[in-house]
Ligand binder design. Structure first.
Ligand code: UDP
Length: 332
C-alpha cells in the first residue's frame, strides 16, 4: 500500500510516461504550474521534443529520452516519484493497423513493467486506457459497468482495445492483490493543439486539409459520430484523479458528451477556417488497410467522474476547433 503519498501536500513528484506526447506534454505543464516536480519519460516514437520545448528550462522539469521497457531507467525515476501517470502507448488507429505487433507488445509489456516498478516503490499509478475498449457497443452512452463487444482477432484494430483491456485487468489486479493504488481511466477522443494527424486523428487532419485548401476527406458516409474533448479539460480530469485519495481500483471515463457526426465536423472545420476546400467522401476500403472496422457512435457516460471530482468538460467544439486552427496556422 502506498504509505508515503500525502495528497494534501502541495508538491508531489510525478513520473509521466509518454511525457513528450500530445496529452503528456499538456499534463506535465499543468503539473509544473501546480508546483509539482515532473519526470517526463518518452522515447519520442510518437512524442515530439517540440511539445516540451517550453518546459525544458523549468527547474522542476526533467525530460528523459528513453523507453518504458528500460528497467534501470524506470527504477531510477519511480524511486523518486510519488505518482506515475502511465500514458506511453502505441496510439492512433493507423499506427495500430499498420504495426499490430508493436502495439500489442508496447501496451501490454510496457504497462506490466510500469506496474511492477510502481509496486516496488509504492507509487500511485494512473493508467491511460481507451474508449476503444467499448468496441462496437450499441448501448449509448458507454458506462464503465457495460459489457464490451470487440471485433474478431483477424481485424487488427481490436488488438489495441484488447491490449488496453489487459492493462486494465492487470492494473485492477495489482490493486486487488497487492493494494497498489491504481486508477485506470478510459480516454475518449481527446483533441487540441500539438496533436499530430500523422496517425489518423481526424481533427488535425481536417484542419490541415482545410487550411491548405485541399479536399477534406471524410471516411465512409460521414454519419459516424464522435464526442471530442479538449485536452485542457482532459488533463484536469487526470490530475484530479491523481490527487484524489479515494478513487483507486475503479475505472473512469474521461470525455465530452457533445456528439457530432464526422460529416458535420468537416462542415464546421470548413466554416471556421473560412476554407474553400471541398468535402469528399472516401470509402473505408480506400482509407484504411484491411483489418479495419470503424465505430458508428461513441459517447461517454461521465457520471462517475463527475460525481467523484465534480469534473465535466468546459470547452465546446467551436472553442476546440479555434485552438487547433490557431495551432496549425502557427505551424504552417
Ligand atoms: N476520419 C475521417 N477522416 C480522416 C481521419 C478520420 O473521416 O482523415 C474518421 C474516422 O474514420 C472515424 C472518425 O473520423 O470515423 C474519428 O477518427 P479518429 O482516427 O480521429 O479517431 P477514432 O475515434 O476512430 O479513434
Amino acid at each position: 500500500m502506498n504509505t508515503h503519498l500525502n495528497t494534501q501536500s502541495k508538491s508531489l513528484t510525478y513520473l509521466v510516461t509518454g511525457g513528450a506526447g500530445f496529452i503528456g506534454s499538456h499534463l506535465s505543464e499543468h503539473l509544473l504550474n501546480q508546483g509539482n516536480t515532473v519526470f517526463a519519460l518518452d522515447n519520442l516514437s510518437t512524442g515530439n521534443i517540440d511539445n516540451i520545448q517550453r518546459l525544458q528550462g523549468h527547474p522542476n522539469f526533467h525530460f528523459v529520452r528513453d523507453d518504458i521497457m528500460n528497467q534501470m531507467v524506470l527504477d531510477r525515476l519511480a524511486s523518486q516519484s510519488d505518482i506515475v501517470v502511465h500514458l506511453a502507448a502505441a496510439v492512433g488507429v493507423q499506427l495500430i493497423v499498420e504495426r499490430p505487433v508493436h502495439t500489442i507488445e508496447t501496451n501490454i509489456m510496457g504497462s506490466e513493467m510500469v506496474l511492477k516498478t510502481a509496486l516496488r516503490y509504492g507509487c500511485r499509478v494512473l493508467m491511460a486506457s481507451t474508449s476503444e475498449v467499448y468496441g462496437k457497443g450499441i448501448k449509448i452512452p458507454f458506462n464503465e459497468g457495460d459489457d464490451v463487444l470487440l471485433g474478431t482477432t483477424d481485424k487488427s484494430r481490436w488488438a489495441y482495445a484488447a491490449s488496453k483491456m489487459v492493462d486494465e485487468f492487470l492494473g485492477l489486479a495489482y490493486w486487488q492483490e497487492y493494494g497498489l493504488e491504481v486508477v485506470p481511466f478510459r480516454l475518449f477522443n481527446t483533441v487540441g493543439a500539438r496533436q499530430t494527424g500523422q496517425y489518423g486523428m481526424v481533427i488535425p487532419r481536417f484542419v490541415q486539409q482545410a487550411l491548405r485548401g485541399d479536399p477534406i476527406k471524410v471516411y465512409g458516409d460521414g454519419t459516424q459520430s464522435r464526442c471530442f474533448c479538449d485536452v485542457r479539460d482532459v488533463i484536469l480530469a487526470i490530475a484530479g484523479l491523481a490527487e484524489h485519495s479515494d478513487v483507486a481500483g475503479k475505472l473512469y471515463n474521461i470525455g465530452s458528451t457533445e456528439e457530432v457526426s464526422i460529416l458535420a465536423l468537416a462542415e464546421k472545420v470548413k466554416t471556421q477556417t473560412g476554407s474553400a476546400s471541398e468535402i469528399v467522401l472516401i470509402p473505408y476500403t480506400e482509407a484504411y488497410p484491411s483489418g479495419f472496422e470503424d465505430m458508428q457512435r461513441r459517447v461517454p457516460d461521465i457520471g462517475r467522474i463527475n460525481a467523484r471530482l465534480d469534473w465535466k468538460p468546459t470547452r465546446d467544439l467551436t472553442e476546440i476547433l479555434t485552438s487547433v486552427i490557431e495551432f496549425e496556422k502557427s505551424r504552417m
